[in-house]
Ligand binder design. Structure first.
Ligand SMILES: Nc1ncnc2c1ncn2[C@@H]1O[C@H](COP(=O)(O)OP(=O)(O)OP(=O)(O)O)[C@@H](O)[C@H]1O
Length: 657
């Protein structure tokens, strides 16, 4: 039996090649650097008079300075949170002119000598500064030589730590969570408080801890701007400075205290601030095992109190989209439209335009009798299920599902009851208490769908809802979707690359290309007469565009195809050939088929119980034939084998373009 060797995990702190050693030329200066940083700290420890430590730290002057330091540092932290959190959000989320300048401004106090910072504060907020006289005249506030001045100075130098840390975390947080929350009806402030802040909490905590530690140790700006008044502005660092002249041992003891506090903060953060604070890791969508769950009921007459399919709630759709997408959409209530098209065709942009989330396309949107195109995303009644579900990781399945209801003002108990009903309907009721990280891919998709439907949308947008699922789960969730879309009183747009999904779930298939509607027809019509080679190929057909000439088509990719019925000369058309209609031979076939080409087998793949054989030829475009495995065996087909392919003219269907 062969045993698998599992490689040992990379050591913490980054990958290292086995047996690799740091080169001496780097290791020596690095060690000197460590010693350089360590030595002063060891100096403090070595020179501390441990027997006197208690006396030094409990002297009235030190206790007063400690009290003041704590007051000033916590006030500075509060002020930094109040101002810095919105600023970090703005820098991370909004594009505006001069953003780089604002970011530099935020960083400036970190590189500015603190005394220069103090001078700048004096010139800005001092009694003779730009704002000082107004502050004094209007509010009677004089910042210099007052505790509030020490708070301002500490905030000035410490706030950058908070802003940088939080901005980095926000930048690492995918916007789909916030956009989904808005699509569920949450206002921007609600989204910020209930989704953004909880999700960036680790980064915020790290930034806050550093900010507080920096404010606690602030010296230069404080002494320059606020002075050194005992009981008012004389904080611990200033006390150390004074003690150094009169009582160096006491200064060492207080320094030790500040050192211990700073080290404690850094040890608690364990380097998170320097790069690991990019929000919680995205949930990994695992292949799902839904077999433990009850299959969702196919038809369900229980209607939650706020269900979207309640009698009377019917929402036809009218949309005129301009910008990158240029199309008009009209659909009756209950219609499901599959949106298909090649990569970059504008499917996601269309959904984002309907949500009001992109400036690249704009939708004049009417749902029922209401024009919602001018409303912000959270007031449109358009729910969105992005490809990854975007379940809020800090909420359970139940609270995720209740989110939209709560955003619409439903009382908590009622929202939870209704959410539980929706989860039950979608067959994931028993998982209500689980967090998204504890759900499989299929379960998470059902919860995401329950959450969207529970919000009572007037338009439902599903972006490749089944893409992340394995085949078995896909069939399960497709079944669930079909049952619930049938009961949905609005229009549903479903982006997909899967022909089975498009044909089995949709009443119409909207084919997009370059932002425009190439075809908008029932699935049967699109299957019979696809109007683009891409759709035909998506449906598993061979599709050759060409121009009518003589008794056939002059193919755009070179070669000729004979048709059963002549087309008017010069007409552009798409020839569709089902792979089953293509015959593969080892020798040139004699007799009836007039479309015969020599070629070479390039690829053989399985398609259910049959094989698909890709044949390339210099006399015709690539052609896929579908044959049985026994026929392939008989012909000895393999990559590189020379073959002949033939198609009867009567087997070619033609769509004029
Ligand atoms: N933020 C953006 N800025 C500029 N161009 C963009 C932006 N987002 C998308 N695009 C471009 O717009 C076009 C449509 O993109 P879109 O994401 O809507 O395509 P799609 O049909 O959803 O593609 P896919 O199937 O790959 O998801 C593409 O050419 C894409 O490069």
């Amino acid at each position: 039996m062969r045993r698998l060797r599992i490689p040992a995990p990379a050591p913490a702190g980054g990958p290292r090649a086995p047996g690799s050693r740091a080169p001496l030329a780097l290791a020596v200066p690095a060690l000197i650097a460590v010693a350089f940083l360590l030595l002063p700290l060891v100096g403090i420890l070595a020179r501390t008079t441990w027997s006197e430590l208690g006396t030094h730290l409990t002297s009235p002057g030190v206790l007063e300075a400690l009290r003041l330091s704590l007051l000033v540092s916590f006030c500075a932290l509060g002020l930094a949170l109040l101002l810095g959190v919105p600023l970090a959000w703005l820098l991370a989320r909004v594009s505006f002119p001069g953003k780089a300048l604002v970011r530099s401004l935020v960083l400036l106090p970190m590189v500015l000598p603190p005394t220069v910072g103090g001078v700048a504060l004096l010139l800005g907020f001092g009694r003779r500064g730009l704002l000082g006289p107004w502050l004094e005249g209007t509010f009677g506030i004089v910042l210099p030589f007052h505790t509030s001045g020490a708070v301002v100075a500490a905030t000035f130098v410490a706030m950058p730590f908070l802003v940088i840390s939080l901005e980095g975390t926000l930048a690492g947080l995918r916007t789909s969570y916030e956009e989904t929350a808005a699509s569920l009806g949450a206002s921007p402030v609600r989204v910020f408080c209930t989704v953004t802040l909880p999700m960036v909490a680790p980064g915020l905590a790290a930034g806050a801890a550093l900010t507080w530690a920096r404010a606690l140790g602030e010296f230069g700006a404080t002494i320059t701007f606020a002075g050194n008044l005992p009981g008012a502005t004389q904080t611990l660092p200033l006390e150390v400075y004074l003690l150094l002249q009169d009582s160096p041992e006491a200064a060492t003891s207080v320094s030790l205290l500040l050192l211990v506090i700073a080290m404690a903060v850094l040890i608690c953060l364990r380097g998170r601030w320097t790069g690991a604070t990019t929000g919680r890791p995205a949930r990994v969508v695992r292949p799902a095992d839904d077999t433990a769950l009850p299959a969702p009921p196919a038809t369900d007459t229980v209607e939650p109190g706020t269900g979207s399919a309640a009698p009377g709630e019917r929402w036809p759709l009218h949309a005129e989209v301009t910008g990158f997408n240029q199309l008009t959409l009209d659909a009756g209530p209950g219609t499901t439209i599959a949106v298909v098209g090649p990569n970059g065709a504008g499917k996601t942009t269309l959904l984002r335009a309907l949500l009001g989330l992109t400036p690249r396309a704009r939708a004049a949107l009417r749902l029922g009798d209401t024009d919602v195109g001018a409303l912000p995303p959270h007031r449109r009644g358009v729910a969105w299920v992005p490809q990854d579900g975007a379940l809020f990781p800090h909420l359970t399945a139940l609270t995720n599902t209740a989110y939209g209801l709560r955003a619409h003002g439903t009382p908590r108990a009622e929202a939870r009851r209704t959410a539980q009903q929706w989860l039950d309907r979608l067959g994931v009721g028993p998982l209500a208490h689980r967090r998204p990280a504890q759900l499989s891919g299929g379960q998470a998709q059902r919860v995401a769908l329950a959450r969207a439907l529970a919000a009572r949308p007037r338009l439902l947008l599903l972006d490749e809802p089944l893409a992340a699922l394995d085949q078995t789960t896909r069939a399960h969730v497709r079944h669930t979707l079909r049952a619930h879309l049938a009961a949905f009183g609005g229009v549903c747009l479903l982006v997909t690359h899967d022909p089975v999904e498009a044909v089995s779930l949709a009443d119409r298939v909207l084919v997009l290309d370059d932002g425009r509607a190439l075809q908008d027809a029932p699935p049967a019509e699109v299957t019979r007469h696809p109007r683009s080679p891409w759709v035909a190929r998506m449906l598993g057909r061979n599709a050759w565009p060409g121009t009518a000439a003589g008794d056939g088509l002059a193919l755009a990719d070179g070669g000729r195809l004979v048709l059963a019925d002549r087309l008017p000369e010069g007409v552009r058309a798409l020839a569709i050939i089902a792979p089953e209609a293509v015959s593969v031979h080892l020798d040139k076939p004699a007799g009836s088929p007039r479309n015969v080409w020599p070629g070479t087998v390039r690829e053989i793949t399985s398609a259910g119980s049959r094989l698909r054989v890709l044949v390339t030829s210099d006399r015709a475009p690539d052609l896929v034939a579908e044959i049985t495995p026994s026929a392939a065996l008989e012909l000895g087909l393999a990559d590189g084998v020379s073959v002949w392919t033939s198609v009867k003219a009567t087997e070619v269907s033609v769509v004029t373009l």
